[in-house]
Ligand binder design. Structure first.
Ligand SMILES: [Zn+2]
Length: 67
């Protein structure tokens, strides 16, 4: 039978479990459209970053109509 060679201490187990703990994703509000977006990323709803339009966002209705 397989037996662990050494006892794993409570400190070691607690440390491992602490590292597995999930942290919620930090979200910020887009200044132009007020939707929740990832910080330091271009807004995927309006294409703005740092109050500048970076990407022109196309309407979703075109793709959904064909597919
Ligand atoms: Zn936006």
């Amino acid at each position: 039978m397989n037996v662990p060679k050494k006892k794993r201490t409570a400190r070691r187990n607690n440390h491992r479990r602490a590292m597995q703990k999930l942290t919620p994703v930090q979200l910020t509000k887009c200044p132009s459209c007020n939707k929740l977006i990832l910080p330091h990323n271009v807004c995927k709803y309006c294409g703005h970053y740092n109050n500048e339009s970076i990407i022109a966002i196309k309407e979703k209705s075109e793709k959904s109509a064909t597919a």
